[in-house]
Design a protein around this ligand. Structure first.
Ligand SMILES: Cc1ncc(C[n+]2csc(CCOP(=O)(O)OP(=O)(O)O)c2C)c(N)n1
Ligand code: SF4
Ligand SMILES: [Mg+2]
Length: 441
């Protein structure tokens, strides 16, 4: 031992371990320490992840890194850590309580085969909160909440995890001589490794039940669960497979960089809403407006709303244009409101009723608008779009609005169309701009 760089990974700086006399957690942690000494890992590359419960108090007593979080969630933090920093050795300590509360995380970590080692300190009850029963309380076990004996069956943690795909699983008792070596094996396994270690809560489980540590094996047998190494298989480790797959993804298109080329006249942020129907190109028309704004040196945000279904129902886009950075993206009181179809009107009818007198509302002249204080301009959008090209209602309406609002030159709108839209679409939309201008001139 003396030629080993690390003779222990535990510290007594915080005093003795904080457990009740005889608590099984102490013995389990000493075995974990022995396993780490055997592995001689750099403690800065080891993370012990824990959650709530007496076992969760353990992480501070190790000289490794630690991550302590919400009850039952330790596997989720551990998964993130391991995926973000694959070079780390990540060991999860969890109680039987946490294991039940975070049961879905156990299934998913096993299913994914993330390279983690999960040590379950299984003392058949919630020690920290006074000994309530947990998912592993054996049938007949007496606890604070099952004083007449548990009528549920104990969950077989190993079988459950193996069923979900765990590649390595071991069950034993905390007093086994070879436990440290088993923990070493689990840590060395290149995938998800689970150790379900049965031990004693001397404060609550032991006094309520007539048995001792020598009988832990009998207890396991009475539940019909197996002991020893129960799975040792190979399957691609999730992180490695993920990184390999990610490396194969072709590099995406470079981001569009928009350099201002026009001047704008805005002194404050303006909110514009366009309401139409699904499949009417509402979103793409508004995106072109946003890009035209950016070409004119403005900041822009866009928010789209549409139902989960496709090609049916409304399509609503909200856009902010501002000379300054946009801190608030919701549009409480729109400056411009454009309604280009029946579906858009249906969706925004109650909003239209509340519009302020300062709002300019552009609406297809075939629509029956509700009473509103907004200043209404009617546009013959349907016949205009018939003339120019299908699905051009949105661009026609925006061009009409821009012509009157004069936020920036119409050239910027035209440039955004020809630069960022497919040529055949751009051709129609450039005609739509002319049409929109014509409608309000
Ligand atoms: C989400 C959540 N539910 C319940 C609790 C309350 N709580 C604190 S400790 C604990 C029991 C811990 O039992 P276990 O995980 O078996 O650890 P032990 O104390 O037995 O080591 C519970 C239920 C909590 N902290 N968070
Ligand atoms: S309550 Fe039970 S689990 Fe908690 S420290 Fe005491 S003996 Fe251990
Ligand atoms: Mg417990």
């Amino acid at each position: 031992m003396s030629n080993m760089a690390y003779q222990t990974y535990m510290t007594d700086e915080l005093g003795p371990l904080p457990f009740c006399p005889g608590c099984g957690h102490e013995r389990l942690l000493r075995e974990l320490d022995k396993a780490l000494v055997e592995l001689q890992l750099d403690p800065t590359n080891v993370v012990i992840v824990s959650d709530i419960g007496c076992i969760g108090l353990a992480d501070r007593y190790f000289t490794t890194n630690a991550f302590h979080g919400l009850h039952g969630r330790s596997l989720t933090y551990a998964t993130g850590l391991k995926l973000g920093r694959p070079e780390l050795t990540v060991i999860v300590l969890i109680g039987d309580g946490g294991c039940g509360i975070g049961g879905a995380h156990l299934l998913n970590a096993a299913r994914r085969n993330v390279d983690l080692t999960l040590v379950v300190a299984n003392n058949f009850n919630y020690g920290m909160t006074g000994g309530q029963h947990s998912v592993t309380t054996p049938s007949g076990g007496r606890t604070l909440t099952t004083p007449l004996g548990n009528i549920e069956g104990a969950m077989d943690i190993c079988a459950t995890a193996i069923g979900a795909g765990a590649t390595w699983a071991f069950r034993g008792i905390g007093y086994d001589d070879g436990l440290a070596q088993r923990i070493v094996d689990g840590i060395r396994h290149p995938g998800f490794a689970l150790l379900d270690i049965w031990e004693l809560c001397t404060a609550y489980y032991l006094p309520r039940n007539d048995f001792n540590k020598k009988e832990l094996y009998n207890l396991i047998e009475s539940t019909g669960q197996e002991v020893g190494l129960l799975a040792d298989k190979e399957r691609p480790e999730f992180g490695a497979a993920y990184r390999q797959r990610a490396a194969e993804i072709p590099k995406g298109k470079p981001p569009i960089v928009i350099e201002p080329a026009f001047a704008h006249s805005l002194e404050r942020q303006k909110g514009i809403v366009m309401a139409g129907g699904a499949g009417q190109k509402v979103k793409s028309a508004v995106t072109v407006l946003a890009r035209a704004g950016m070409l004119s040196g403005l900041q822009a945000t866009q928010k789209d709303d549409y139902p989960i279904t496709i090609m049916t129902g409304h399509s609503l886009s909200e856009i902010n244009l501002s000379p300054d950075p946009i801190e608030y993206t919701a549009i409480d009181s729109p400056d411009y409101f454009l309604v280009i179809s029946e579906e858009g009107l249906k969706k925004t009818r109650s909003w239209i009723k509340r519009l302020a007198p300062s709002c300019r509302l552009y609406a297809d002249d075939g629509l029956e608008l509700p009473d509103t204080e907004a200043r209404v301009t009617r546009l013959p959008l349907a016949p205009a779009a018939k003339e120019v090209g299908r699905l051009s209602n949105g661009v026609i309406a925006l061009a009409a609005m821009l012509q009157e609002a004069a936020m920036f030159p119409m050239d910027a709108f035209e440039q955004a169309i020809s630069r960022y839209q497919k040529p055949e679409i751009a051709e129609t939309n450039l005609k739509a701009v002319k049409k929109g201008v014509e409608l309000v001139s």
